[in-house]
Design a protein around this ligand. Structure first.
Ligand code: UT7
Length: 338
């Protein structure tokens, strides 16, 4: 059966670094609080004037190079921080990567953008619309974080991850398994940017101060994240016919180290099987999972033939999970700025 197969991967984080120590100069917080409550020590942030497409182009270029490819038949960009409200950012990414007049569009599923993007890209491949799809997940999410809000400022960060997907067979290594997706718009206020969209703009009234930034109900988001990532994981495992014992590596959205730990414990997935990079990069929203996979592959923590479970949750509310067996890839460079 035709399906989408991972042919290359790349990650990118911008050069700017914010440490916990830096945050203690801005907020009533501490390195100990941040590390114990979130697992984060450092995060990368875009320089003033930089945008999501700048991150996306670098990650996309690295995924193409890893696959030894110079073309793709389509570009899908998962982001919740497009360069502009209009147009979509994917066409600019395709143009900057010299990919020609290929179809290019954005997918908006916030932290679940990469998994939603996998389902979208796989659909383009199985429908015969494209033989190869460059899927990039990129967010300059710190541009949406309220600089006065300590609870979100300590968590969120910027980055990008990309995979080149090609048409292949479901039995091959790298084949993306059945993708489980879900949403609950009744919970949209758990993580929401109130202003900037058509609702506020049509009113003709300027936004309330701070409404252009993310508002997060942290405890509620935490509870939903554990429940949804665990349930979606079980569904994705059932769909592909694996048990938790079959999973070599868990690649969960890097929302909070405690969330990842609880989801893994609920699933019965041991410490050594959990991939994490939240300590170094924080919560990079849509980029989180491909950035994690790229980093793990570059460090040899993820090797060919390993069965990987991907699971995610975020604003929407939206969540998802899928599986893949890690392919044999070309060299995966570390997702650094250089
Ligand atoms: O990406 C997917 C979507 N996002 C998430 O999944 C995020 C999920 N939520 C979380 O990661 C956590 O809820 C947070 C890290 C945001 C907060 O951690 P928590 O352990 O849930 O803390 P809390 O919200 O229950 O707050 C405990 C206390 C509060 O003080 P009081 O009311 O008990 O006096 C907060 O004001 O911690 C306070 N607090 C902080 N203290 C020091 C909140 N942020 C900070 C901070 N430093 N940065």
């Amino acid at each position: 059966m035709t399906c989408a197969v991972v042919a290359g991967i790349g990650g990118y984080v911008p050069p700017g670094v914010v440490t916990n120590e830096d945050l203690t100069k801005r907020f009533d917080t501490s390195d100990t609080w941040i590390r114990t409550r979130t697992g984060i020590a450092t995060r990368h942030v875009v320089d003033p004037g930089a945008a999501t497409s700048d991150l996306a182009v670098e990650a996309g270029r690295r995924a193409l190079e890893c696959a030894g490819a110079t073309t793709a038949d389509a570009v899908v960009l998962a982001t919740s921080t497009p360069d502009h409200l209009c147009p979509a950012t994917a066409p600019a990414v395709a143009a900057r990567l010299s990919l020609g007049s290929v179809p290019a569009f954005d997918v908006g599923a916030v932290c679940s953008g990469f998994v939603y993007g996998l389902a979208t890209a796989a659909g383009l491949i199985t429908a015969g619309t494209a033989e190869t799809v460059l899927l990039v997940a990129a967010d300059a999410f710190t541009t949406m974080v309220d600089p006065r809000d300590r609870s979100t400022s300590v968590i969120f960060a910027d980055g990008a991850g990309a995979v080149l997907l090609r048409a292949g067979d479901s039995q091959e290594a790298g084949a993306v398994g059945p993708v489980v997706l879900g949403s609950d718009g009744a919970g949209k206020e758990v993580l929401e940017v109130p202003a900037g969209g058509s609702r506020q703009r049509s009113s003709g009234v300027p936004p309330e101060p701070g409404d252009e930034y993310l508002k997060m109900r942290g405890r509620e988001a935490y509870r939903h994240a554990v429940e949804r990532m665990t349930t979606a994981s079980r569904q994705a495992l059932a769909r592909v016919g694996w048990t938790p014992d079959d999973v070599h590596k868990l690649a969960a959205h890097q929302a909070n180290a405690r969330i990842i730990g609880t989801v893994a414990e609920e699933l019965g997935i041991g410490q050594t099987q959990r991939l994490t990079n939240i300590e170094q990069v924080g919560n990079t929203v849509g980029a989180s999972i491909p950035l994690l996979l790229a980093q793990a592959a570059s460090e040899g923590r993820l090797v060919s033939g390993e069965r990987v479970l991907l699971t995610t949750f975020g604003a929407g509310l939206a969540w998802g999970a899928t599986t893949l067996t890690w392919p044999s890839l070309g060299e995966v460079p570390a997702p650094s700025a250089a």
